[in-house]
Unconditional design. Structure first.
Length: 391
């Protein structure tokens, strides 16, 4: 008669409390950074420059104003605050005695770290390839997410990441009623937050203001009574080829003029950089002055509209203006000579001085009937278009 030896596997040791404490501190730091980013996002859309708008490529405001800064009706910074808040609660739970199992919630925190790092990589790609600018505070948040992932990868190394995740998911499945209630309440809160969060980014387009913020919601003048008598009176628009708001306004203006060819819009240059604009006291859009000269030189060869489109679309590509001129079929020697000609500088300065005389403080700014309108052409000021064919 033989005895079959049975080996008992000791229960896995819980992750050290130090890991929970580190995770708690990291989640708190991530939450703080996210809340600051929420504030900066709001200020950027109000036209208030932030402390981390350091240069054209290191600029939190440019990132905040991009269309990628809002996802499913909420700013990305708000999603970050919600995620770090959840991680903060889980980390604190891990330090208490009331846990479903000894390692709870190591697996869930590991999942959070992985998801946060994946989101960080995606946002970094968007910043580099699609926006062309980086946000220092965003990078700090990404570093926090990476540190959380490393913390829990090390803490779960003994038992294994998959085992830690499986244990937490099984703990949730063992309490279906509580888990379902928590999920429903969480989704309801997200829907409510997304529905009632103030959509300030959907208001009339904010403008890039290097000198002072708008006076408030009523900064744009009220529309005068009745339409203008003659659309030929037209409008003037001051813009900057490196201004992200001008890029949006450019597309909107083209759509308007396609429907209303009877409206005349005169374009003038107001580059937001101190190298050619005396109103600007610090470097901002370092290529804007050169781009304005390129547009003036293209206009001299009868290709202003094509160069106008190309320069706005070049905000992300940052290709040399010579390459754009070559693609548009311009006379390159004549174009290059024009870029440095005194006449081109005089023309650019004339536009800038006209903007100063008109008290332009931001781009894009439209002047219609002596009043300023920020962000878009107020088409409603003009008399309705006549029918294309009249008998």
């Amino acid at each position: 008669m033989t005895r079959k030896a049975t080996a008992t596997r000791p229960p896995p040791a819980p992750p050290p409390r130090l890991a929970f404490a580190i995770s708690l501190a990291l989640a708190a730091a991530g939450l703080a950074v996210s809340l600051v980013l929420v504030r900066l996002h709001t200020q950027a859309h109000a036209g208030i420059a932030s402390f981390c708008a350091i240069s054209e490529t290191m600029n939190c405001d440019k990132v905040a104003m991009s269309p990628f800064s809002v996802v499913f009706g909420l700013p990305v910074a708000v999603w970050g605050a919600l995620g770090y808040g959840a991680a903060l609660l889980l980390s604190g739970w891990g330090l208490t005695a009331r846990r479903p199992h000894p390692r709870w919630p190591a697996g869930l925190l590991l999942l959070f770290g992985g998801a946060a790092v994946a989101a960080s990589v995606t946002l970094a790609y968007i910043s580099e390839r699609l926006i062309g600018a980086w946000c220092i505070l965003c990078m700090a948040s990404w570093s926090v997410s990476l540190a959380m992932l490393v913390t829990w990868a090390v803490a779960c190394r003994g038992e294994g990441a998959l085992a830690a995740v499986r244990a937490d998911l099984q703990a949730l499945a063992a309490r279906p009623r509580r888990t379902s209630v928590a999920l429903v309440v969480g989704l309801a809160l997200l829907v409510a937050l997304s529905s009632y969060y103030p959509r300030y980014w959907e208001r009339a387009r904010a403008v890039e203001n290097p000198t002072r913020p708008p006076a408030g919601p009523g900064a744009t003048p009220a529309l005068p009574a009745g339409p203008l008598r003659d659309p030929a009176d037209g409008a003037i628009v001051y813009s900057d080829y490196e201004c992200p708001y001008c890029l949006v306004a450019h597309g909107e203006l083209k759509a308007v003029l396609a429907r209303r060819p009877d409206i005349k819009v005169v374009k003038r240059h107001f580059p937001l950089d101190q190298s050619c604009n005396p109103v600007i006291k610090r470097p901002m859009h370092r290529d804007a002055c050169g781009y304005a000269r390129a547009a003036i030189c293209a206009e001299a060869q009868g290709h202003f509209e094509a160069m106008d489109d190309a320069l706005f679309q070049n905000q992300r590509g940052k290709r040399p203006v010579g390459d754009l001129a070559r693609e548009l079929g311009l006379d390159l020697p004549r174009f290059e000579a024009c870029l440095v000609a005194p006449e081109t500088t005089a023309r650019l300065q004339a536009d800038i001085q006209a903007a100063v005389k008109d008290d332009v403080k931001a781009t894009p700014t439209y002047l219609v009937g002596g009043a300023q309108y920020a962000g878009r052409l107020p088409v409603e000021l003009f008399a309705p278009a006549r029918a294309s064919s009249e008998k």
